[in-house]
Design a protein around this ligand. Sequence first.
Ligand code: PXL
Length: 287
Amino acid sequence: MLQRPPRVIAIHDLSGFGRCSLSVILPVLSAMKVQACPVVTGVLSTHTGGLGEVALRDLTDFMEPALEHYKRLELEFECIYSGWMSSAEQIEACLDYLAAWPKALAVVDPVMGDHGKPYKTYTPEMCSRMAKLAAAADLITPNLTEAAILLGEPCPTAPLRQFEAKGMLARLSEQGPRLVTITGVEMADGTVANLGYDRERGDYWRVDCRYVPASYPGTGDIFASVLVGGLLGGDSLPMAIERATRFLEVAVRTTFSYGSDTRYGVMLESCLSFLTADQVLDRYRLL
Ligand code: PXL
């Protein structure tokens, strides 16, 4: 038995304003009793989603020396969890982190885009390297846009039927990861769902989301962080997906009720205590 909280290397950017990446990942993992050790890929004034010209410091040259230091310290980590990258070389450097702790749960959130298109700073080269990194992961957590980019397919514009959703999950898993989730999938039955697939068990899962007519940056980061915290705390995959979905519902609905500027992200500060409350997780179902 571990005599300390599980430890995660979190390889993400730090955006000062807009509630995404490490600004939300660190509080979520801490609240879930997981020690998050950030390796910062870049420092930004804000996220790149509609707040104008950002100030950005790329930290590609920080990643390798930080890795070497952790190796010298012979630190153990139970999980390596990566997200937004500021250069193609950084995506490559993540592979060195995965290789250094081969037994750690390798979680790649292939942050590349949303709403059918790549983010401003993501070049085609970065997207193809991200596909290589995703192939080396145990678990990937794309949204529907990122899932399509990883598969080299056009982003679906129509709601997905059950067999189409299962096909996407299976094709993503064939690229390497044993566990796959896809967030924010509009299903043909009229609901938006977060989906999961466990290749070893052969099980497909869905957790339906209560609809809110607004979309906020950082929700993918929160989803993946709660998923990581849940899995490291002993959740099954569908339980962890439901935990993340329920938490985001509270955060999104709270924020929506205040009518805040969507670009400012969700009001995590007001909702964090929901993460530590006991919950009955029984609303996941087979896809
Ligand atoms: O939430 C994903 C994300 C992370 N980091 C930065 C971003 C975004 C999405 O826009 O711009 C800098």
